[in-house]
Design a protein around this ligand. Structure first.
Ligand code: GLN
Length: 240
């Protein structure tokens, strides 16, 4: 049986709004393809090597947890940057997404240094961007999720898509997230993967390609997942 390893970064601290559900979705859709998944919880990065990491996952966290987690991430900054450049499938949610940039400025003006892996900048305001969100993505089609963040993120990289309803990266761009190589960064909780099977399969498929293992069947029967997603979209857009 083929197998992949998912590195779950600081699951005890970074698990807002059920982000752990992303791991469950990855495991289940891998299982349906006869791919075994080993999840490795990362709480200390001192001796960590990303050499056999197939998918790296970072969930969201409050400002306090975010600064604690940044200290751990700093120790693997070069490894993480190199792995992202090499195409390691990576999913980062909200606080996890903000970490990748140069800094995160809190509502009281405190500057939390980021990893500076990518040219991303985030500043936070007291009024939060909260609610359900619908995105139109060229790569993934319609994406749905829930967002709750004070941070406004700015960058020039390709994004996950255009915001149809909701906020996304900030109050002005009408774009959501980042898609750089096989790195996906997003403000979407919900959690994002169970609600959006296309993104789950994308991460799994890239991991399989990179590891040289078969990703079959390419398509699963997504009737139930699609019905659930369309029900959410219909409800949200109708409410407007
Ligand atoms: N602290 C960050 C913000 O409010 C991240 C929150 C989150 O991960 N949901 O912008």
């Amino acid at each position: 049986m083929s197998s992949i390893k998912i590195f779950h970064f600081m699951p005890d601290k970074l698990n807002l709004y059920g982000d752990i559900g992303n791991i469950i979705a990855l495991k289940q859709r891998a299982k349906w393809r006869n791919i075994e998944v080993e999840v490795i919880d990362i709480t200390d990065t001192d001796q960590l090597s990303l050499d056999d990491c197939d998918i790296f996952f970072i969930g969201g966290g409050s400002d306090r947890e975010q600064s604690l987690a940044t200290e751990q991430l700093k120790k693997i900054k070069t490894q993480l940057k190199d792995a992202i450049e090499d195409g390691m499938p990576t999913l980062t949610i909200c606080g996890g997404y903000q970490f990748l940039g140069s800094e995160y400025v809190t509502p009281d003006g405190t500057r939390l240094e980021g990893l500076n892996i990518l040219d991303i900048y985030t500043e936070s305001k007291k009024d939060r961007l909260i609610g359900d969100i619908v995105i139109e993505s060229e790569t993934f089609g319609q994406i749905v999720g829930f967002e709750n963040h004070g941070g406004r993120t700015y960058h020039e990289y390709p994004t996950l898509g255009k915001v149809v309803d909701g906020y996304g990266n900030n109050d002005t761009d009408k774009k959501e997230g980042i898609h750089y190589k096989n790195l996906l960064g997003t403000y979407l909780h919900g959690p994002i993967l169970p609600k959006n099977h296309e993104i789950t399969d994308y991460l799994l498929k890239q991991a399989c390609i990179r590891k040289g293992i078969t990703f079959e069947p390419e398509q699963l029967d997504n009737t139930v997942e699609e019905a659930a997603k369309q029900a959410i979209i219909k409800r949200l857009l109708k409410a407007k």
